[in-house]
Design a protein around this ligand. Sequence first.
Ligand code: ATP
Ligand code: MG
Length: 265
Amino acid sequence: MKIQIDNLRFTYPTGLEVLRGISLSIEAGEQVAIVGQNGAGKTTLVRHFNGLLQPASGSVMIGDWDTKKTSVAKLASRVGYVFQNPDEQLFSKDVATEIRFGPRNLGYSKEKIDELVTRALALTELSDKTETNPYDLSPTWRKMVALASVIAMDTPIVIFDEPTTGQDAVNVARIAHVIAELHREGKTVITITHDIDFCAENFERVIALSKGQILLDGPAREVLGQEEILAQTYVDPPQLTRLGKRLGLKETVRNQDEFLSAMRK
Ligand SMILES: Nc1ncnc2c1ncn2[C@@H]1O[C@H](COP(=O)(O)OP(=O)(O)OP(=O)(O)O)[C@@H](O)[C@H]1O
Ligand SMILES: [Mg+2]
């Protein structure tokens, strides 16, 4: 399912213009990372994808649906959004109810709901916590519940807003696995992240936002190699990318494997 954004502008009621002419398209099945400094407008941008926010001007198309003419409830069948703060998202008394809510709301059959919930629980390693109140879980696991409740909706587009913030290495690896699995299933995965190493390891395309505009958009290798331009949005390239540059490697390397193979040349 294609996402097509044309000249999107958005101003909060406070008068702050946060999106200043964003045009971009994301093809079905792409895995995209969005980076940029605090306040760049990343969350504001993705909240337009599921209709939580409406453009002041310009348009956001999700497949053939214009978000201005489509209800949030309807858009929920195409776009899943995992909130930056899980506490804004979770409301059920136990994990199982929380995860069933989305697919039930989309009107799937009981068998289909069971299947989707079981898969989401397994993918997020929550199968042994179904009866726990999400608020009795650590923030790390609450974040996984938020992920699971969106994955269970089986939408063609899934958005993660800062999934790795505050997570330990084990959970970051779990989240990377979830993203890889969704990608394997052909879903479009859009992830906002401050963790540039996570971005380099897991995404083919990177969009850098700065002050409500797109600064860079392209293959991760090219975007992450643009050290001076990225600095405008306070994003440092991954450590290995910077080290590779200092060592005079010809190619931009993104991760250990690429670094080692470039060193061997
Ligand atoms: N509901 C709101 N009302 C008014 N201003 C807002 C609101 N939400 C966000 N803003 C402002 O809009 C700007 C962009 O915010 P946004 O949350 O989209 O940025 P972000 O790139 O996601 O930042 P972060 O990395 O901190 O999550 C910021 O200056 C923020 O203070
Ligand atoms: Mg944000």
